[in-house]
Design a protein around this ligand. Structure first.
Ligand code: PLP
Length: 427
Protein backbone atom coordinates (compact mmCIF):
# COMPACT_ATOMS: atom_id res chain seq x y z
CA UNK A 1 0.00 0.00 0.00
CA UNK A 2 1.32 3.43 -0.92
CA UNK A 3 1.17 5.97 1.90
CA UNK A 4 1.57 9.66 1.52
CA UNK A 5 5.00 10.58 2.79
CA UNK A 6 4.61 14.32 2.77
CA UNK A 7 2.61 16.63 4.96
CA UNK A 8 0.20 19.09 3.47
CA UNK A 9 1.25 22.73 3.48
CA UNK A 10 -0.17 25.16 6.00
CA UNK A 11 -0.13 25.51 9.74
CA UNK A 12 -2.82 23.03 10.60
CA UNK A 13 -2.95 19.36 9.90
CA UNK A 14 -6.20 17.97 8.67
CA UNK A 15 -7.70 15.71 11.34
CA UNK A 16 -7.12 12.59 9.34
CA UNK A 17 -3.88 13.67 7.71
CA UNK A 18 -1.23 11.05 8.25
CA UNK A 19 2.53 11.09 7.97
CA UNK A 20 3.70 7.95 6.19
CA UNK A 21 0.41 6.34 7.18
CA UNK A 22 0.88 7.11 10.87
CA UNK A 23 -1.49 9.30 12.90
CA UNK A 24 0.99 11.56 14.67
CA UNK A 25 -1.42 12.47 17.46
CA UNK A 26 -1.97 8.84 18.34
CA UNK A 27 1.77 8.30 18.15
CA UNK A 28 2.34 11.17 20.61
CA UNK A 29 -0.05 9.51 23.03
CA UNK A 30 2.23 6.47 23.06
CA UNK A 31 5.62 8.17 22.99
CA UNK A 32 6.36 11.08 25.33
CA UNK A 33 7.35 14.32 23.61
CA UNK A 34 9.66 15.70 22.44
CA UNK A 35 10.66 13.17 19.79
CA UNK A 36 11.78 13.13 16.19
CA UNK A 37 9.81 11.13 13.63
CA UNK A 38 11.12 10.21 10.18
CA UNK A 39 9.19 8.92 7.18
CA UNK A 40 10.99 6.01 5.54
CA UNK A 41 8.92 6.42 2.38
CA UNK A 42 9.78 10.10 2.09
CA UNK A 43 13.49 9.20 2.23
CA UNK A 44 13.05 6.37 -0.28
CA UNK A 45 11.18 8.72 -2.63
CA UNK A 46 14.01 11.27 -2.52
CA UNK A 47 16.61 8.59 -3.22
CA UNK A 48 14.60 7.18 -6.10
CA UNK A 49 14.02 10.65 -7.55
CA UNK A 50 17.73 11.36 -7.68
CA UNK A 51 18.57 7.89 -8.97
CA UNK A 52 16.01 8.31 -11.75
CA UNK A 53 17.43 11.70 -12.69
CA UNK A 54 20.88 10.12 -13.03
CA UNK A 55 19.70 7.12 -15.02
CA UNK A 56 22.24 5.94 -17.57
CA UNK A 57 25.18 7.66 -15.86
CA UNK A 58 27.80 5.81 -13.82
CA UNK A 59 26.69 7.67 -10.70
CA UNK A 60 26.79 6.75 -7.01
CA UNK A 61 24.97 8.54 -4.23
CA UNK A 62 27.13 8.92 -1.13
CA UNK A 63 24.77 10.21 1.56
CA UNK A 64 26.40 12.87 3.75
CA UNK A 65 25.95 11.09 7.04
CA UNK A 66 26.32 14.19 9.16
CA UNK A 67 22.81 15.29 8.14
CA UNK A 68 21.22 12.43 10.09
CA UNK A 69 23.44 9.62 11.24
CA UNK A 70 20.90 7.44 13.03
CA UNK A 71 21.80 3.82 12.32
CA UNK A 72 18.27 3.03 11.10
CA UNK A 73 18.49 5.84 8.56
CA UNK A 74 21.88 4.56 7.43
CA UNK A 75 20.44 1.07 7.07
CA UNK A 76 17.72 2.49 4.87
CA UNK A 77 20.41 4.10 2.73
CA UNK A 78 22.36 0.85 2.55
CA UNK A 79 19.23 -1.04 1.45
CA UNK A 80 18.75 1.46 -1.38
CA UNK A 81 22.35 1.01 -2.55
CA UNK A 82 23.39 4.42 -1.28
CA UNK A 83 26.93 4.91 0.02
CA UNK A 84 28.26 7.44 2.52
CA UNK A 85 30.19 10.66 2.68
CA UNK A 86 31.90 10.72 6.07
CA UNK A 87 33.81 13.42 7.94
CA UNK A 88 35.14 11.54 10.99
CA UNK A 89 36.09 8.07 12.11
CA UNK A 90 32.93 8.04 14.21
CA UNK A 91 30.99 8.34 10.97
CA UNK A 92 33.16 5.66 9.38
CA UNK A 93 32.27 3.37 12.25
CA UNK A 94 28.56 4.17 11.95
CA UNK A 95 28.52 3.63 8.20
CA UNK A 96 30.25 0.25 8.38
CA UNK A 97 28.16 -0.75 11.41
CA UNK A 98 24.99 0.02 9.41
CA UNK A 99 26.13 -2.15 6.51
CA UNK A 100 27.32 0.46 4.04
CA UNK A 101 30.22 -1.19 2.18
CA UNK A 102 33.62 0.49 2.42
CA UNK A 103 33.84 0.75 -1.36
CA UNK A 104 30.89 3.16 -1.26
CA UNK A 105 32.42 5.44 1.37
CA UNK A 106 34.20 8.73 0.65
CA UNK A 107 35.95 10.77 3.35
CA UNK A 108 35.76 14.59 3.34
CA UNK A 109 36.81 17.27 5.82
CA UNK A 110 39.71 19.66 6.52
CA UNK A 111 40.76 18.12 9.82
CA UNK A 112 41.24 14.42 9.19
CA UNK A 113 43.75 13.23 11.79
CA UNK A 114 46.48 10.65 11.17
CA UNK A 115 44.48 8.17 13.23
CA UNK A 116 41.34 8.75 11.19
CA UNK A 117 43.17 8.45 7.89
CA UNK A 118 44.83 5.21 9.00
CA UNK A 119 41.46 3.73 10.05
CA UNK A 120 39.86 4.64 6.75
CA UNK A 121 42.81 3.20 4.82
CA UNK A 122 42.57 -0.02 6.79
CA UNK A 123 38.84 -0.21 6.08
CA UNK A 124 39.52 0.22 2.36
CA UNK A 125 37.23 3.16 1.66
CA UNK A 126 36.55 4.24 -1.90
CA UNK A 127 38.41 7.54 -1.73
CA UNK A 128 39.69 10.48 0.28
CA UNK A 129 38.57 13.95 -0.65
CA UNK A 130 41.72 15.91 0.16
CA UNK A 131 41.54 19.50 1.33
CA UNK A 132 45.19 20.54 1.82
CA UNK A 133 48.76 19.74 0.75
CA UNK A 134 49.53 18.76 4.33
CA UNK A 135 46.76 16.18 4.23
CA UNK A 136 48.10 14.83 0.93
CA UNK A 137 51.55 14.41 2.52
CA UNK A 138 50.00 12.69 5.52
CA UNK A 139 48.02 10.31 3.30
CA UNK A 140 51.21 9.43 1.36
CA UNK A 141 53.12 8.70 4.57
CA UNK A 142 50.37 6.56 6.08
CA UNK A 143 49.59 4.64 2.87
CA UNK A 144 53.29 3.90 2.45
CA UNK A 145 53.53 2.64 6.03
CA UNK A 146 50.57 0.37 5.44
CA UNK A 147 51.99 -0.79 2.11
CA UNK A 148 48.90 0.25 0.22
CA UNK A 149 47.79 2.79 -2.37
CA UNK A 150 45.13 5.30 -1.39
CA UNK A 151 42.64 6.63 -3.89
CA UNK A 152 42.13 10.35 -3.62
CA UNK A 153 40.35 13.33 -5.09
CA UNK A 154 41.31 16.94 -4.65
CA UNK A 155 38.56 19.14 -3.29
CA UNK A 156 38.45 22.20 -5.48
CA UNK A 157 37.37 25.50 -3.98
CA UNK A 158 35.80 26.99 -7.11
CA UNK A 159 35.24 30.44 -5.53
CA UNK A 160 31.52 30.34 -6.28
CA UNK A 161 28.84 32.05 -4.23
CA UNK A 162 26.24 29.41 -3.35
CA UNK A 163 23.74 32.15 -2.47
CA UNK A 164 22.96 30.59 0.86
CA UNK A 165 23.53 31.39 4.55
CA UNK A 166 27.15 32.44 5.24
CA UNK A 167 27.58 29.70 7.85
CA UNK A 168 26.73 26.96 5.35
CA UNK A 169 28.58 28.43 2.38
CA UNK A 170 31.77 26.46 1.65
CA UNK A 171 32.88 27.21 -1.91
CA UNK A 172 34.20 30.76 -1.63
CA UNK A 173 37.92 31.53 -1.67
CA UNK A 174 37.74 32.80 1.94
CA UNK A 175 36.19 29.55 3.25
CA UNK A 176 38.40 26.92 4.90
CA UNK A 177 37.41 24.20 2.43
CA UNK A 178 39.28 22.81 -0.56
CA UNK A 179 42.18 24.25 -2.52
CA UNK A 180 42.35 26.59 -5.49
CA UNK A 181 42.59 25.21 -9.00
CA UNK A 182 46.14 26.63 -9.15
CA UNK A 183 47.17 24.60 -6.16
CA UNK A 184 45.40 21.47 -7.44
CA UNK A 185 47.25 21.85 -10.73
CA UNK A 186 50.56 21.72 -8.83
CA UNK A 187 49.44 18.56 -7.02
CA UNK A 188 48.81 16.75 -10.30
CA UNK A 189 52.07 18.02 -11.81
CA UNK A 190 53.97 16.75 -8.77
CA UNK A 191 52.17 13.43 -8.39
CA UNK A 192 55.46 11.51 -8.65
CA UNK A 193 56.19 12.75 -5.13
CA UNK A 194 53.35 10.66 -3.67
CA UNK A 195 53.55 7.19 -5.22
CA UNK A 196 51.16 5.68 -2.65
CA UNK A 197 48.35 8.08 -3.50
CA UNK A 198 46.45 7.58 -6.72
CA UNK A 199 45.23 11.13 -7.26
CA UNK A 200 42.63 10.65 -9.98
CA UNK A 201 39.53 12.41 -8.73
CA UNK A 202 38.05 15.88 -8.47
CA UNK A 203 35.65 16.97 -5.77
CA UNK A 204 33.59 20.09 -5.18
CA UNK A 205 31.02 21.03 -2.54
CA UNK A 206 30.00 24.68 -2.49
CA UNK A 207 27.56 24.82 0.37
CA UNK A 208 24.19 23.78 1.64
CA UNK A 209 20.50 24.62 1.23
CA UNK A 210 20.96 25.72 -2.39
CA UNK A 211 17.64 26.32 -4.14
CA UNK A 212 18.80 27.44 -7.57
CA UNK A 213 20.65 25.35 -10.10
CA UNK A 214 22.87 28.28 -11.19
CA UNK A 215 25.55 28.02 -8.48
CA UNK A 216 25.83 24.30 -9.27
CA UNK A 217 26.21 25.01 -12.97
CA UNK A 218 28.90 27.59 -12.26
CA UNK A 219 30.89 25.33 -9.95
CA UNK A 220 30.54 22.31 -12.24
CA UNK A 221 31.67 24.36 -15.24
CA UNK A 222 34.88 25.28 -13.40
CA UNK A 223 35.50 21.70 -12.33
CA UNK A 224 34.74 20.39 -15.83
CA UNK A 225 37.16 22.86 -17.43
CA UNK A 226 39.84 21.70 -15.03
CA UNK A 227 39.06 18.03 -15.73
CA UNK A 228 39.51 18.65 -19.49
CA UNK A 229 42.75 20.50 -18.88
CA UNK A 230 44.06 17.61 -16.75
CA UNK A 231 43.05 14.99 -19.31
CA UNK A 232 44.86 16.95 -22.00
CA UNK A 233 47.93 17.04 -19.77
CA UNK A 234 47.79 13.24 -19.47
CA UNK A 235 46.18 12.93 -16.01
CA UNK A 236 43.32 10.46 -16.26
CA UNK A 237 40.39 11.40 -14.02
CA UNK A 238 38.42 8.42 -12.74
CA UNK A 239 35.82 10.22 -10.64
CA UNK A 240 34.20 13.59 -10.26
CA UNK A 241 32.38 14.17 -6.99
CA UNK A 242 29.83 16.96 -7.34
CA UNK A 243 29.20 17.25 -3.58
CA UNK A 244 25.87 17.88 -1.90
CA UNK A 245 23.99 21.05 -1.11
CA UNK A 246 20.57 20.51 -2.65
CA UNK A 247 18.14 22.65 -0.68
CA UNK A 248 14.77 21.74 0.75
CA UNK A 249 11.50 23.42 1.64
CA UNK A 250 11.65 25.03 5.05
CA UNK A 251 8.84 27.47 4.42
CA UNK A 252 6.02 28.30 2.10
CA UNK A 253 7.23 29.31 -1.35
CA UNK A 254 10.50 27.41 -1.16
CA UNK A 255 10.94 24.38 -3.38
CA UNK A 256 13.88 22.07 -3.92
CA UNK A 257 15.52 22.00 -7.33
CA UNK A 258 13.77 19.39 -9.45
CA UNK A 259 15.99 16.30 -9.60
CA UNK A 260 15.68 16.30 -13.39
CA UNK A 261 17.07 19.85 -13.57
CA UNK A 262 19.93 18.97 -11.26
CA UNK A 263 20.64 15.81 -13.26
CA UNK A 264 20.60 17.85 -16.45
CA UNK A 265 23.11 20.33 -15.02
CA UNK A 266 25.43 17.43 -14.24
CA UNK A 267 24.93 15.88 -17.68
CA UNK A 268 25.58 19.21 -19.39
CA UNK A 269 28.71 20.07 -17.41
CA UNK A 270 30.25 16.60 -17.51
CA UNK A 271 29.29 15.61 -21.07
CA UNK A 272 31.93 13.23 -22.39
CA UNK A 273 33.19 12.27 -18.93
CA UNK A 274 33.74 8.50 -18.83
CA UNK A 275 34.51 8.06 -15.13
CA UNK A 276 32.28 7.72 -12.12
CA UNK A 277 30.17 10.58 -10.86
CA UNK A 278 29.74 10.77 -7.11
CA UNK A 279 27.06 12.81 -5.33
CA UNK A 280 26.94 13.68 -1.65
CA UNK A 281 23.39 14.77 -0.85
CA UNK A 282 22.64 15.10 2.85
CA UNK A 283 19.80 17.44 3.70
CA UNK A 284 17.90 16.73 0.49
CA UNK A 285 17.41 13.06 1.33
CA UNK A 286 16.22 13.41 4.91
CA UNK A 287 15.21 16.96 5.92
CA UNK A 288 11.59 16.98 4.78
CA UNK A 289 11.19 13.38 5.91
CA UNK A 290 11.54 14.47 9.54
CA UNK A 291 9.33 16.27 12.04
CA UNK A 292 9.87 17.16 15.68
CA UNK A 293 6.84 16.51 17.87
CA UNK A 294 6.55 18.62 20.96
CA UNK A 295 3.88 19.76 23.40
CA UNK A 296 3.07 23.16 24.80
CA UNK A 297 4.27 23.41 28.42
CA UNK A 298 2.55 26.73 28.97
CA UNK A 299 1.64 29.99 27.36
CA UNK A 300 3.34 32.90 29.07
CA UNK A 301 2.04 36.41 28.53
CA UNK A 302 4.99 38.79 28.84
CA UNK A 303 4.97 42.59 29.00
CA UNK A 304 5.31 42.87 25.24
CA UNK A 305 5.01 39.42 23.77
CA UNK A 306 3.15 36.19 24.13
CA UNK A 307 5.46 33.19 24.54
CA UNK A 308 4.57 29.68 23.55
CA UNK A 309 6.86 27.54 25.72
CA UNK A 310 7.41 24.08 24.25
CA UNK A 311 8.90 20.94 25.76
CA UNK A 312 11.42 20.84 22.89
CA UNK A 313 14.39 23.17 22.95
CA UNK A 314 17.52 24.27 21.12
CA UNK A 315 19.27 21.13 22.35
CA UNK A 316 16.78 19.07 20.28
CA UNK A 317 16.83 21.37 17.23
CA UNK A 318 19.67 23.89 17.01
CA UNK A 319 19.12 25.35 13.55
CA UNK A 320 16.91 28.29 14.55
CA UNK A 321 19.40 29.35 17.25
CA UNK A 322 22.47 28.69 15.12
CA UNK A 323 21.40 30.07 11.76
CA UNK A 324 18.19 31.98 12.52
CA UNK A 325 16.64 29.25 10.40
CA UNK A 326 12.92 29.26 9.72
CA UNK A 327 10.98 26.05 10.38
CA UNK A 328 7.27 25.81 9.72
CA UNK A 329 5.35 25.10 12.89
CA UNK A 330 2.07 23.22 12.76
CA UNK A 331 -0.48 23.06 15.57
CA UNK A 332 -1.93 19.56 15.71
CA UNK A 333 -5.31 20.66 17.00
CA UNK A 334 -8.44 19.30 15.45
CA UNK A 335 -10.90 22.14 15.70
CA UNK A 336 -10.54 25.67 14.27
CA UNK A 337 -9.36 28.22 16.84
CA UNK A 338 -8.76 31.96 16.87
CA UNK A 339 -5.28 32.94 15.81
CA UNK A 340 -2.56 34.69 17.77
CA UNK A 341 1.02 35.73 17.38
CA UNK A 342 3.57 33.92 19.51
CA UNK A 343 7.27 33.82 20.13
CA UNK A 344 7.82 30.07 20.12
CA UNK A 345 10.52 29.15 22.63
CA UNK A 346 12.00 26.22 24.51
CA UNK A 347 12.71 25.90 28.23
CA UNK A 348 16.51 26.26 27.97
CA UNK A 349 18.06 29.17 29.83
CA UNK A 350 19.18 31.10 26.75
CA UNK A 351 17.36 33.84 24.87
CA UNK A 352 18.62 32.09 21.73
CA UNK A 353 16.40 29.13 22.58
CA UNK A 354 13.78 30.47 20.20
CA UNK A 355 12.16 28.52 17.36
CA UNK A 356 10.16 31.40 15.89
CA UNK A 357 9.46 35.05 16.55
CA UNK A 358 6.04 36.64 16.15
CA UNK A 359 4.62 33.53 14.47
CA UNK A 360 0.89 33.41 13.80
CA UNK A 361 -0.65 30.17 15.04
CA UNK A 362 -3.98 28.89 16.24
CA UNK A 363 -4.60 29.60 19.93
CA UNK A 364 -2.71 27.00 21.94
CA UNK A 365 -2.93 25.72 25.48
CA UNK A 366 -0.77 23.63 27.77
CA UNK A 367 -0.63 20.04 26.53
CA UNK A 368 -1.45 20.83 22.90
CA UNK A 369 0.64 18.99 20.36
CA UNK A 370 2.84 21.01 18.02
CA UNK A 371 4.91 19.79 15.14
CA UNK A 372 8.05 21.47 13.82
CA UNK A 373 8.61 20.59 10.20
CA UNK A 374 11.63 19.76 8.09
CA UNK A 375 13.76 18.61 10.99
CA UNK A 376 15.08 15.35 9.52
CA UNK A 377 18.46 16.88 8.64
CA UNK A 378 20.77 18.61 11.11
CA UNK A 379 18.14 18.08 13.81
CA UNK A 380 18.85 15.08 16.03
CA UNK A 381 22.35 15.01 14.49
CA UNK A 382 23.16 18.37 16.12
CA UNK A 383 21.42 17.60 19.41
CA UNK A 384 23.12 17.95 22.76
CA UNK A 385 22.17 17.41 26.39
CA UNK A 386 22.51 21.09 27.25
CA UNK A 387 20.61 21.96 30.43
CA UNK A 388 20.84 18.22 31.20
CA UNK A 389 18.03 17.46 28.84
CA UNK A 390 18.45 13.85 27.69
CA UNK A 391 18.62 13.24 23.93
CA UNK A 392 15.12 12.88 22.50
CA UNK A 393 13.74 9.65 21.07
CA UNK A 394 13.75 9.07 17.31
CA UNK A 395 11.02 7.09 15.59
CA UNK A 396 10.95 5.67 12.07
CA UNK A 397 7.57 5.62 10.33
CA UNK A 398 6.95 3.23 7.46
CA UNK A 399 3.57 2.70 5.80
CA UNK A 400 1.42 2.95 8.90
CA UNK A 401 3.88 1.34 11.28
CA UNK A 402 6.42 2.91 13.60
CA UNK A 403 9.58 1.71 15.29
CA UNK A 404 11.69 3.45 17.92
CA UNK A 405 15.14 3.85 16.38
CA UNK A 406 16.60 5.72 19.29
CA UNK A 407 15.04 5.45 22.70
CA UNK A 408 14.96 8.55 24.79
CA UNK A 409 18.20 8.78 26.71
CA UNK A 410 17.95 7.93 30.41
CA UNK A 411 19.61 10.12 33.04
CA UNK A 412 22.08 7.30 33.66
CA UNK A 413 22.99 7.23 29.96
CA UNK A 414 23.27 10.99 29.98
CA UNK A 415 26.02 10.91 32.62
CA UNK A 416 27.66 7.70 31.42
CA UNK A 417 31.42 8.20 31.44
CA UNK A 418 31.33 10.98 34.01
CA UNK A 419 32.79 10.17 37.42
CA UNK A 420 33.97 11.83 40.60
CA UNK A 421 37.63 12.86 40.60
CA UNK A 422 38.95 9.85 42.50
CA UNK A 423 41.94 8.50 40.70
CA UNK A 424 44.37 11.40 40.72
CA UNK A 425 47.58 10.97 38.77
CA UNK A 426 50.52 13.12 37.73
CA UNK A 427 51.62 13.09 34.09
C1 PLP B 1 27.83 18.71 4.56
C2 PLP B 1 28.41 18.17 3.33
C3 PLP B 1 27.59 17.59 2.36
C4 PLP B 1 26.09 17.53 2.47
O1 PLP B 1 25.53 18.79 2.42
P1 PLP B 1 23.94 18.92 2.27
O2 PLP B 1 23.72 20.37 2.15
O3 PLP B 1 23.36 18.36 3.52
O4 PLP B 1 23.56 18.16 1.07
C5 PLP B 1 28.19 17.02 1.26
N1 PLP B 1 29.54 17.06 1.10
C6 PLP B 1 30.35 17.62 2.00
C7 PLP B 1 31.81 17.60 1.77
C8 PLP B 1 29.83 18.20 3.15
O5 PLP B 1 30.64 18.76 4.03
Amino acid sequence: MQHTATLAAGDTLHPDALFDGVDLRRLAERIPTPFHAYSANAIRARIAGLQDALHGLDATLCYAIKANSNVAILQLMAEAGVGADIVSSGELWRALHAGIPAERIVFSGVGKTAGEIAEALAAGIQRFNLESADELDMLQTLAEELGTTARAAVRINPDVDAQTHAKISTGKAENKFGVSIDEARRWFAGSARFPNVRLDGLHVHIGSQILSVEPFRLALARVAAFWRELENAGHAIASIDVGGGLGVRYREGQAPIAPADYGQAIRDALAGFRGRILLEPGRYLVAEAGVLLTRVVRVKQGERRRFLVLDAAMNDLLRPSLYDAWHDIVALVGEPRPRHRYDVVGPVCETGDTFAVDRELPELRAGDLVLIRTTGAYGAAMASTYNSRPLAAEVLLDSGRHAIVRRRQSFEEMVAGEQPARDWETA
